[in-house]
Every structure is written in structure tokens, then in C-alpha cells.
Design a protein around this ligand. Structure first.
Ligand SMILES: [Fe+2]
Length: 169
């Protein structure tokens, strides 16, 4: 039996329905996967920042490429964090309400960021397909809103979540 890997498959994909339930107490948290996830997310932020900085000029191909990458990338990374990283963190800080509140907030931010990313995708696709940039300030503001949120979120995870499960940059 072979596993079919679709075009959206990535390193961060979590395999459900695979064999026996995982005993998280002995599971090794893959630091390399998490570091790569953050690196790719930061590269996405840099790409968004370059697009925002260049407005009202646009590189339509870059807009299309970035638009197509945002949502699948975020979705895969978020799913990985929520099924592997956060449970490991929650187990590590068991008994502390404050820390459990952190992962609740991070999960909520994932939902918000994916919604926001969906809106940014639509705008970048429209620009990529030739639409005129009529309000560069508003578009720039929106792009900055997304990548600033993402960078803040990553900084928090790096500073407070990952060290608790033995992942240090
Ligand atoms: Fe996250």
C-alpha cells in the first residue's frame, strides 16, 4: 500500500489515521521541522514586506507566487504546531493555567492569521492577474498587518513555547 502525496504535501503534514495512537510522553519533538517551519514563515513575511515596500510598483509574478504559497504554508505549519508542538508544551507545563492560556491564544491567532491570509491572497491574486493598484496605502497597510502579526507570533513561540520543549535557536 503506498501513500499518495498530493501537491500540497509538506514536511509539516501530520498523518492522521496512522497505525497506533501516539504516546506523546515519549515522542521526540522534531526540532529541525519546527525551525524550518518558522524559517519558511519568516521568508514569507519578508516576501510580503518586499511587496509592500515596492507599492505602488508591483512584480505581478511575485504577487502570484506569494499568493499561492501563503494559505497552504500557514495551514500546514499551524496544523503541525497544534497536533505536535502545543500538546508537548501543554504536557511540559501541566498545572500552570497561565501557560495553557498561551496555547489557547496561539491557536486563536492561527485561525485569525489564516483568515487574514485568505484576504491577502485574494488581493495579491488580483494584482498578479493584472488588476490596477488603486489604493496602495490600504494594500500596504493590510500586508504589513499580516506579516507583523506573523512575526510577533513566531517571536512568542520561539521565546516561550519552544524552549519549554527543548527547542532552542
Ligand atoms: Fe503558531
Amino acid at each position: 500500500m503506498s501513500r499518495k502525496k498530493g501537491p500540497g504535501s509538506s514536511l509539516f503534514e501530520v498523518r492522521d489515521g496512522d497505525a497506533a495512537p501516539v504516546d506523546r510522553s515519549t515522542e521526540v519533538v522534531p526540532a529541525a521541522v519546527m525551525k524550518r517551519a518558522h524559517r519558511e514563515k519568516l521568508q514569507l513575511c519578508d516576501a510580503l514586506e518586499r511587496i509592500a515596500d515596492a507599492l505602488p510598483s508591483v512584480d505581478r509574478l511575485k504577487c502570484l507566487g506569494t499568493a499561492n504559497a501563503i494559505v497552504p504554508l500557514l495551514r500546514d505549519i499551524h496544523r503541525y504546531e497544534e497536533t505536535v508542538i502545543f500538546p508537548a508544551y501543554e504536557e511540559a507545563v501541566v498545572g500552570s493555567n497561565a501557560n495553557l492560556a498561551s496555547t489557547r491564544r496561539l491557536r486563536a491567532e492561527h485561525v485569525e492569521d489564516e483568515c487574514f491570509a485568505g484576504e491577502v491572497t485574494e488581493i495579491l491574486l488580483a494584482i498578479g492577474h493584472g488588476e490596477t493598484v488603486e489604493n496602495p496605502e490600504a494594500i500596504g497597510f493590510m500586508l504589513r498587518g499580516l506579516f507583523e502579526n506573523l512575526r510577533r507570533h513566531i517571536a512568542f513561540e520561539r521565546e516561550h513555547v519552544l524552549p519549554m520543549i527543548g527547542i532552542v535557536d
